[in-house]
Design a protein around this ligand. Structure first.
Ligand SMILES: Cc1cc2nc3c(=O)[nH]c(=O)nc-3n(C[C@H](O)[C@H](O)[C@H](O)COP(=O)(O)OP(=O)(O)OC[C@H]3O[C@@H](n4cnc5c(N)ncnc54)[C@H](O)[C@@H]3O)c2cc1C
Length: 365
């Protein structure tokens, strides 16, 4: 039983089903609920998806790219990073993809592998009994399962039901995303340092891209939908150079979202008995490293591998957590360090930190 049909839940389901597990997912939301903006799947994401046979489908749906161009506060180029091509020289280092497109690819593969996804249900209670986990769902159904995986995101309910505690970190940053038409020059990621904030552009397909902006030194708040596009345009007005062109595209965007930068990291074990949490439920980095999905996808793969290698679920889970803990901690902590450097406008220190962490992530999971 997996709780949550996001990136972590669906990829874990596919990886387990490939190894002969019968998998059911309880997802609280409706089908096709993935939010409208996009994300960047870096090399480690693509490598893990390739192992599930899904990287080429993502490359076909999204926009493959290999460079990150940094632009300084005066609008001048400040260097270009070539990211490692983990799928070989013929395929790009990463892919920008719309979330609904990624969701469709994962969902179709999970269904093809016989995974049952039940929508509109969540987990209400969990007990461990004689080598099985007894899970009561919100619709009253009870399952006795060999393994419970909480893949229900940063605000995971499963985590609490398993008795695992963590607090969420808010870093006085709000992130903006807006879907826009892709300018022809945008063939890789562009990142613009501003006097107060950071902005950028990520291609998602031949025709679409998303603009991102990180607003520094603000408290968590919610703005009315009608104010989102004008406010984002106002924030982008502080940037010189090419951002002017991006700014004009935002006025026509029908999809502008604003979210707090939140992080989470479970100290100690991620499992209790035969229940475990994975993905953002265990380790949610800030979006600056564009690697939360990579960790989530790798979790599913490594979990399935370790369960196969060990006789009991408990031993498999312990091996899984010890394989994953340091890598995930490094990524979350690096992302938080980058947030701090961005807040202090120390971009020239943030870039090499991000680059070296990407190199570390290029090591096998
Ligand atoms: C603004 C922003 C930009 C980002 N950009 C990138 C990027 O470019 N690249 C990247 O790799 N990562 C990025 N990330 C991080 C990435 O989105 C997450 O790390 C990733 O989605 C984690 O996957 P997950 O499946 O663990 O959690 P989620 O994607 O949050 O999925 C959790 C699922 O569980 C369901 N759920 C929640 N609660 C319950 C419950 N109680 N019962 C049942 N179901 C439940 C939810 O509906 C959802 O379907 C970004 C994050 C943010 C906020």
């Amino acid at each position: 039983m997996i709780v949550g049909a996001g990136v972590a839940g669906l990829t874990a389901a596919i990886a387990l089903a490939r190894r002969g597990w019968q998998v059911e997912i309880a997802e609280v939301g409706p089908p096709e609920a993935a939010s409208g903006w996009g994300l960047c799947l870096t090399g480690p994401s693509l490598r893990a998806l390739d192992e599930l046979g899904l990287a080429d489908a993502c490359l076909a749906e999204g926009y493959g790219m290999s460079t990150v161009t940094h632009v300084d506060v005066n609008g001048e180029p400040a260097g270009e990073a070539q990211l490692p091509r983990l799928l070989g020289a013929r395929r790009p280092a990463m892919v920008g993809i719309a979330r609904p497109a990624l969701h469709r690819i994962l969902y179709a593969e999970a269904e093809r592998r016989g995974v049952v996804v039940r929508h509109g249900v969540t987990v209400a209670a969990v007990d461990q009994e004689r080598g099985l986990v007894r899970v009561r769902l919100s619709d009253g159904a009870v399952r006795r399962v060999a393994l419970l995986v909480g893949a229900d995101g940063i605000r995971s309910t499963t985590r609490g039901l398993l008795g695992l505690e963590t607090s969420l970190g808010f870093h006085r940053q709000m992130v903006w995303r807006a879907l826009v038409p892709r300018p022809r020059w945008a063939t890789g990621i562009h990142q613009f340092a501003g006097k107060a904030d950071t902005a950028g552009l990520v291609p998602l397909s031949g025709s679409q891209a998303y603009v991102f902006l990180t607003e520094n030194g603000v408290e968590q708040s919610v703005l009315p939908d009608a104010e989102l596009a004008p406010r984002l345009q106002q924030l982008l007005a502080a940037f010189p150079g090419r951002v002017e062109e991006i700014r004009s595209l935002v006025s026509a965007s029908e999809s502008v979202v604003r979210r707090p930068v939140l992080t989470a990291l479970l100290e100690g074990a991620w499992n209790r008995g035969d229940g475990v949490v994975i993905g953002d439920a265990a380790h949610a980095p800030a979006p600056q490293m564009a690697s939360g999905a990579a960790l989530a996808i790798e979790d599913g793969l490594v979990l399935a591998r370790e369960l196969e290698r060990h006789e009991s679920v408990g031993a498999g889970l312990q091996a899984f957590v010890s394989r994953r803990a340091q890598r995930c901690r490094t990524l979350v902590e690096t992302s938080v360090a980058i947030v701090g450097l961005e807040r202090e406008q120390r971009h020239h220190e943030a870039y090499p930190l991000a680059d070296s962490c990407h190199l570390l992530m290029a090591e096998p999971a």
